[in-house]
Design a protein around this ligand. Structure first.
Ligand SMILES: Cc1cc2nc3c(=O)[nH]c(=O)nc-3n(C[C@H](O)[C@H](O)[C@H](O)COP(=O)(O)OP(=O)(O)OC[C@H]3O[C@@H](n4cnc5c(N)ncnc54)[C@H](O)[C@@H]3O)c2cc1C
Length: 194
């Protein structure tokens, strides 16, 4: 499938039907699947609802006049509904939690089999991740930066860099990778996680 790169890091299926919104209320490009339907796990909930006619872009803009960008203010205005399929952000948060938690429990000196299992997992993950354009970019990253699985520390840092690549793409600050273990394994030194 051919695709078009856009500023949010999203790519859009070129088969998007005529007469449907191209940009969402968040300012991001709407991602459609191969059947021309908006992809829930590829769009923010706000944009998904806007395309479904359940949220008007004007509802957001009128409440937020004067803000720098729609994208930066739209997300907090949106309440996450309970027990519904995830949007791109919920899916991402949960997936990063799983991935970093795997790093946190990966052995410090893994066997050959454990190293090979982890490599396979990361590769398969990059092929089946439900947000397909996210998955495509992740596969490109893995091609450029091969997963490092020789030790827990090595994998934790590799994953942190991979996550930072997405953060930068989305205009978010980079996370300090020296802190990955406090964030995902030991808890913060100030004791706030105790
Ligand atoms: C493989 C993958 C690819 C993705 N690609 C896209 C994409 O192309 N477009 C898109 O819109 N969304 C993408 N996402 C989702 C996106 O990364 C975020 O998960 C989503 O935007 C929600 O962000 P958040 O601000 O809640 O925090 P998240 O980025 O989900 O981070 C969760 C928590 O992890 C910690 N953290 C942040 N950065 C790091 C780091 N570098 N290392 C360790 N811990 C960290 C912080 O404590 C943060 O609160 C992707 C997710 C995954 C798993």
């Amino acid at each position: 499938m051919s695709s078009e790169k856009v500023e949010t890091g999203a790519t859009k299926a070129t088969g998007a039907p005529h007469g449907v919104p191209v940009l969402g209320a968040s300012g991001r490009r709407i991602v459609y699947d191969e059947n021309g339907k908006p992809c829930r796990s590829c769009n923010t909930l706000l944009d998904f609802k806007m395309v479904a006619g359940k949220q008007k872009a004007s509802d957001v803009t009128s409440k937020t006049a004067g803000a720098a960008t729609l994208a930066s203010i739209a997300a907090p205005a949106q309440q996450e509904p309970k027990d519904c399929p995830p949007d791109v952000e919920q899916l991402g948060r949960s997936s990063w939690t799983l991935l970093h938690s795997i790093a946190a429990t990966y052995p410090e000196t893994p066997s050959q089999e454990q190293q090979s299992d982890l490599k396979s997992f990361v590769n398969i993950f990059s092929r089946i991740y439900p947000c397909w354009f996210c998955a495509g970019d992740f596969r490109e990253y893995i091609k450029r930066e091969e997963p490092k699985v020789k030790t827990q520390e090595e994998f934790g840092k590799w994953l942190c860099d991979a996550h930072n690549e997405v953060n930068v793409k989305l205009g978010k600050p980079k996370f300090d990778c020296n802190l990955w273990k406090q964030r995902w394994k030991d808890g913060w030194e100030d004791g706030s996680c105790d």
